[in-house]
Design a protein around this ligand. Sequence first.
Ligand SMILES: NC(=O)c1ccc[n+]([C@@H]2O[C@H](COP(=O)([O-])OP(=O)(O)OC[C@H]3O[C@@H](n4cnc5c(N)ncnc54)[C@H](O)[C@@H]3O)[C@@H](O)[C@H]2O)c1
Length: 431
Amino acid sequence: MNDLEKAREIITECDAALAAAFEKRMQAVADVARFKKENNLPVTDSGREKTVIEKSTGLISDPELKPYFGEFMRDAIEISKRFQRALNSSGSADRIPVNTPSGSYDIILEKGALARAGEYINLSRKVLVLTDEGVPAVYAETLASQCGEPYIYTVPQGEGSKSIEVWQKLLSFMLEKGFSRKDCVAAVGGGVVGDLAGFTASAYMRGIDFYNIPTTVLSQVDSSIGGKTAVNLDGIKNIVGAFCQPKAVIVDINTLVTLPGRQVSNGLAEALKAGLIADEKLFEIFESGDITAETEQIIRRSLCFKRNIVEQDEKETGIRKILNFGHTIGHGIESEEALNGLYHGECVALGMIPMCSPEVRERLVKVLKKLNLPVSIDFDIDTFSAAVRHDKKGGSGTVSAVVCEKIGTCEIREMTYDEIIGRAQMLRPAE
Ligand SMILES: NC(=O)c1ccc[n+]([C@@H]2O[C@H](COP(=O)([O-])OP(=O)(O)OC[C@H]3O[C@@H](n4cnc5c(N)ncnc54)[C@H](O)[C@@H]3O)[C@@H](O)[C@H]2O)c1
């Protein structure tokens, strides 16, 4: 027997021993899984994982082999967790698959999913948990407690955090903490945090994994999926950004219990938009259903609608434009945000009114009132028309506007800016 054959024989013997050890280990893992399920404990236990790796690596005498064995144990732990998840899977999570040319992922829709996030996504690494000061800290802490090496980063609440300066600080922070291409960013908050976290993940080392855990209605029904990420620059919203599809979106509607009522209605405006232009049944839930009791269904239907559109047109070259229904006039009003103090969804709510047929408008206004959303506004026409025309020169240009003549349908129509501005006049309160 030559040296090569001898070495191969030793490897075969070791593999047999490993197979026996693997079987024994996994039987014990199954017992742990059962215990965790009975006691409602998460599969991920980062403290214990660290100890296991340190202890087992300590058994290796050859210093050159220690890091390799550490890696071997990390893989073993990942496999064990996958096995535990499979054994404990209750199957209660509702998964909505999203398939786009640049990435496929699931939206996991489940009450209490935040506390079980580690069962759905890989948190056994460095995780930048991005949140803002207005989001109850316990949400980011719940996620962090499931991470291998968490770094909670809290930005001030509000649109001001969607800036190049904050984005740069985040990148520097990750560099300082030694984030590698294998690590990830997780957003825990509304659309502001989601847009900022996604853009940060898209840029760091040319793109690392990004998870979105939205905690506002607006982000749960709309902004968390579709891959649009951005910050604002020189007063222009979302002007610098990237398409970056998340690796997973976890929607836990239990997080909405702390959301102020006005923010709830603000987000529901985007769901109502989905109903108006594509899903009559969804519109009818708003019209005659118990909105609070049916929140989960509203979120699910809105997500499915947006998923269908994004799958057809990820980069907004065609049909995705319909998502801008209500936004042309809405953005014009929003540009005066500092003056009128309205939220994005409230501006969209107003922006939808002039873009409907009279019959649809009548039903829409009733629902908007039911949701305590605004139905009229006094605005400065010059500021408004400058914003609607945005940076286009002169007044002769046209814009692709979305109109709704019949509930559950819509069409894209080229409209002059003058026509858009003329239609917006109907939003002025009656004298
Ligand atoms: N990427 C997209 O496709 C897309 C789509 C629509 C909107 N957006 C962006 O989304 C942003 C608006 O998102 P938003 O409406 O979620 O606003 P937001 O992120 O500012 O959140 C609203 C407020 O609610 C607080 N909050 C969040 N979760 C909470 C919770 N569970 N309990 C209590 N308070 C909570 C936040 O601190 C904040 O003060 C805008 O920047 C907009 O441009 C992006």
